[in-house]
Design a protein around this ligand. Structure first.
Ligand code: 6R9
Length: 631
């Protein structure tokens, strides 16, 4: 793996100590002691955590590990919405604000725990009335909003499996995800707001489901009351459905292993995989990681800037903040509109204590200068989180100094759609190392190994693997168990995260990046194959290969190498058309910024495109072993 060695990053050794007051209030003060105990008795550890939540029936067994299939809290019955809502209301916290929704124009809407439950119950009743039942799938294509949260929770209330699709995806990506899950209904909105514009969503849904006759209903949040659902019985008005079905909806007693949701994520080959998460383990693991890593306490105001369309939104905008009973900010819009201080303005206004974002956003905001955050009172902040990609030390220090004002801790949380919750992360009570994610969370045994599973010496880059099952691990890939088994069978019967990493002498893990052909553009996981397939949809294109190029803000940007049909002349116009094709099929995040027209692509003898050759040429790196190259 020598071509990944980077002497500079191995020298990152700086240690920064957390402020005393933060350590003093932290739930866990002695990481080493608790970690040791958690490894000695993994099941006992998680059982103790699970006791903090409500179960209609207690589990018989904490873990059943039938490699590579795990069942957690076997025999237990619960409902995640009961723990997210009813439990707090029963404890007298019904009037507490659950979400403060804000948009780019300063519009604000607050919802209490009681009000949220009322809406969730009503929509759940409505979904039932439309004929939806436990085990059915519903796709959700919604703006980042309270309505989206209500939609997800209404599904979970009655055991309907939700499949949220990021509202930045276009019709092709949406069609694939709806069709793979065979959703019976779609919940959407007329539009989402972005940079002061209304981006239509409903027309995209209509195109995506054109030939899908198993879709019984499209439920629409008609934001401007345009009457868009009047045209056809298939269309149902979301707010009317809520209005007309008010009343109690008792939570479905879900088996601990009943599916909660599917979320599609990009892989190396073929189409995205539907990662399946189940009820009990996901609930316990997300609840507890948020509590410890963000050190959540009763009166905290918490803001995760992700979108509900990604796993970070599922776990740390929706489920974990609610099971912890805190108040969350949820924002619809981008970080730079109407001005690049909008996030800090809201941190100041709502007295946010915990702020969780991605390095790509930090790098983007850094560019606007230190004077922007300096205008605001950010003294309420205590914990700053980072997720999605490695945070480079420069961005780390800016976040620490200009946002945290050297009084906060930064928790760099490494995890994946597949892991469901934080796996390797700093926690607030031990020293931070800028550029390193931190140590394994409790009960997690992580290692850095070679392809055969041999552990590598400290500070050597290799594959990051997890050696044990954990409660919120994915249970399978929807309709594709072979793909699931691959995670555990590729490297010596341990979970292969497909990330490259190194571990230092103190046990801190540094993530280097993806090992497979997955791109990370502004923290979004995009498969090279997905983009290539979209490019080839253009009638003049024969073949395409896509690589990621380092980008100071987005982490990576996409470059495409395109082979045209014989007789077609390359032109700037054609580049634009190809970009538009990708935009239409996948959405703006997947557009190749650079396009080179080439005569042919480097391939292996078995016909696989050797993207690493293109990458090496493009970036001036060593090409490495070429023995499998075709010619
Ligand atoms: C939560 C999420 C997962 C991939 C993962 C890795 C990268 C996530 C990171 C990080 C370095 C961190 N990643 N967190 N890399 N440091 N703190 O992002 O899930 O969209 O599935 O992406 O993101 O490469 O394998 P997902």
């Amino acid at each position: 793996m020598s071509n990944y060695k980077d002497e500079v990053h191995l020298k990152v050794q700086e240690k920064i100590y957390p402020p005393e007051d933060i350590v003093k209030r932290a739930w866990i003060k002695d990481y080493d002691e608790v970690y040791k105990r958690s490894i000695e008795d993994r099941e006992g550890f998680w059982a103790e955590v699970a006791e903090e939540l409500h179960w209609f029936r207690k589990w018989d067994k904490v873990l059943e590990w039938n490699f590579p299939y795990a069942k957690w809290f076997v025999g237990g019955k619960t409902n995640i919405t009961y723990n997210a809502l009813d439990r707090h209301i029963k404890n007298g916290k019904g009037d507490k604000i659950a979400y403060i929704y804000v948009d780019e124009d300063g519009n604000e809407e607050k919802v209490t725990y009681s009000e949220l439950l009322e809406k969730v119950n009503a929509l759940a009743n409505g979904l039932k009335r439309l004929g939806l039942k436990k085990g059915d799938r519903v796709s959700i294509y919604m703006p980042n909003s309270i309505e989206a949260v209500v939609s997800m929770l209404a599904c979970a209330r009655i055991g309907v499996i939700h499949s949220v699709v990021f509202a930045g995806f276009s019709e092709g990506a949406l069609h694939m995800r709806i069709d793979d899950a065979k959703a019976s209904a779609v919940i959407t909105a007329t539009y989402t707001k972005r940079r002061g514009r209304k981006i239509p969503l409903l027309p995209t849904v209509e195109k995506a489901i054109k030939d899908l006759d198993y879709i019984k209903n499209v439920i629409v949040w008609d934001r401007d009351k345009e009457g868009v659902t009047d045209k056809d019985d298939k269309y149902v008005d979301l707010n009317r459905l809520i209005e007309e079905n008010k009343g109690e909806c008792s939570p479905e007693e879900m088996d601990s292993e009943d599916p909660l949701f599917i979320l599609y994520t990009s892989g190396t080959t073929g189409k995205p995989k539907g990662v399946l998460h189940t009820t009990g383990g996901y609930m316990v693991n997300t609840y507890y990681t948020a509590k410890i890593v963000f050190d959540l306490h009763e009166d905290d105001i918490y803001w995760c800037t992700a979108d509900i369309g990604w796993i970070t939104g599922h776990s740390y905008i929706v489920y974990a903040p609610l099971t912890n009973g805190v108040t969350s900010v949820i924002m619809e819009g981008v970080p730079v509109y109407p001005h690049p201080g909008i996030w800090w303005e809201y941190v100041d206004k709502y007295r946010v204590n915990i702020f969780y974002t991605a390095p790509t956003a930090i790098r983007m905001l850094m560019r606007f200068g230190d004077e922007i955050p300096a205008k605001y009172d950010l003294s309420s902040l205590r914990i700053l989180g980072s997720v999605g990609e490695p945070i480079n030390p420069e961005a780390w220090h800016w976040y620490y100094e200009h946002i945290g004002r050297k009084r906060c801790v930064i928790v760099d949380t490494w995890w994946q759609t597949e892991t469901g919750s934080h796996m390797i992360t700093t926690i607030p009570s031990y020293p931070m190392k800028p550029g390193k994610a931190g140590k394994p969370f409790f009960t997690i045994e992580a290692a850095v190994v070679d392809k055969n599973g041999n552990e590598l010496p400290p500070n050597t880059v290799g594959y990051l693997v997890i050696k044990n099952p954990w409660p919120s691990m994915l249970r399978t890939c929807w309709g594709n168990p072979e793909r699931y088994e691959k995670y555990w069978k590729e490297i010596d019967n341990v979970y292969n995260a497909d990330d490259l990493a190194s571990i230092d002498e103190d046990g801190y893990i540094m993530i280097v990046g993806r090992a497979d052909d997955v791109l990370s553009v502004a923290g979004h996981r995009i498969g090279t194959m997905e983009v290539e397939s979209a490019i080839v949809e253009h009638p003049d294109v024969v073949e395409a290969a896509v690589i990621g190029k380092p980008d100071p803000i987005k982490g990576q940007k996409i470059k495409a190498f395109v082979v045209l049909k014989v007789g077609v002349e390359p032109s700037d116009q054609l580049k634009k058309e190809i970009q538009n094709t990708v935009r239409e099929i996948l959405g703006p995040i997947a557009i190749p910024e650079e396009i080179d027209f080439v005569d042919k692509l480097p391939k292996t003898r078995s016909g696989k495109i050797m993207r690493r050759v293109l990458r090496a040429q493009e970036l001036g790196l060593e090409v490495g072993d070429l023995s499998t190259l075709e010619d």
